[in-house]
Design a binder for this molecule. Structure first.
Ligand SMILES: Nc1ncnc2c1ncn2[C@@H]1O[C@H](COP(=O)(O)OP(=O)(O)OP(=O)(O)O)[C@@H](O)[C@H]1O
Ligand SMILES: [Mg+2]
Length: 272
């Protein structure tokens, strides 16, 4: 039942959702007495847009931090493309093709857009300083290849006009877009986005939605998305998992989740 491909309709076009690529089993994470996550299980299928929603403090960011190895859960396991991992670290997550953006923008504010996106290529760079000194030619060629990739991303995100601008001088919405660019520079298979539209105006949100859909569609990237804007979540996600006080209270299609009594109760009881 679970591993057969299925088609979904999105924006009028049929998209192929593949087998499970990321399976989280019984994940529990506590900070001292605070239970951030309690026995959470859900899976992510190849090429889907999987949303994680829930009120403030529900454990959404903690969940992403477990997936890419920032936090190590006390219990549970992560199965990535069939490979069992009791714990993940940031380096091996990145090596395994997982990239992310953060709830609070994590960019070098004094550096240009181009250089910030270039930092996303770090893992792909083979040559170090010594090699660059010894074999100037190959290292130079490599650098040109990385630059080309970064320029492609800049074109894709329509930020050519600001490529040399220091990130700190950009409006918030554009900074968020640059951060998406940095994550895309790693050419991830799985992209984790922690509130990519928070604090944006309607137009900026629409742009970000379009880029997320295009990344998913054109690069085939699997996307795990935390978002508070219910309209956005219901519009663009294939499946939604709902957390509340560190527990999973619902998991299903947007329509199923929307009709779920526990979800309605959790949201009515919260501020948003
Ligand atoms: N590093 C940490 N140290 C201590 N407690 C933490 C830490 N990170 C998260 N928590 C706690 O874990 C719980 C879940 O936090 P988390 O940031 O995952 O929630 P969230 O769903 O992302 O909330 P928000 O919508 O506000 O971003 C909260 O009670 C939070 O205070
Ligand atoms: Mg959060």
């Amino acid at each position: 039942m679970t591993d057969m491909s299925q088609s979904t309709m999105l924006g009028g076009a049929a998209r192929k959702i593949g087998p499970v690529v990321l399976d989280l089993n019984n994940i529990s994470l506590a900070f001292g007495g605070v239970k951030a996550l309690t026995d959470i299980s859900f899976d992510v299928r190849q090429h889907e847009i999987r949303a994680i929603i829930g009120p403030n403090g529900a454990g959404k960011s903690s969940m992403l931090n477990v997936i890419n190895g920032v936090y190590r859960p006390q219990k549970g396991e992560i199965v990535l493309r069939g490979e069992h991992r009791t714990n993940m670290d940031c380096y091996s997550a990145a090596k395994a093709g997982i990239a992310r953006t953060f709830q609070n923008i994590a960019l070098f504010k004094g550096m240009s857009v181009l250089d910030n996106i270039m930092t996303g290529r770090n893992l792909k760079m083979k040559s170090n300083f010594l090699l660059q000194a010894l074999y100037w030619g190959p290292a130079r060629r490599e650098e040109i290849e990385h630059r080309e990739k970064v320029e492609e991303i800049i074109d894709f995100l329509e930020i050519q006009a600001i490529r040399k601008t220091p990130v700190g001088r950009l409006p918030y919405g554009l900074q968020k877009r640059v951060e998406l660019g940095r994550a895309l520079a790693a050419e991830p298979d799985i992209l984790l986005l922690d509130e990519p539209m928070a604090g944006m105006n309607v137009e900026e949100k629409q742009d970000m939605c379009r880029f997320i859909l295009d990344v998913n569609d054109q690069f085939g990237t699997t996307i795990v998305l935390i978002e508070h804007d219910m309209g956005v979540v219901m519009d663009i996600s294939d499946r939604v998992v709902v957390l509340d006080y560190g527990k999973k209270i619902a998991d299903g299609t947007p329509d199923e989740v929307r009709a779920n009594q526990e979800v309605i109760r959790a949201y009515l009881g919260a501020e948003h």
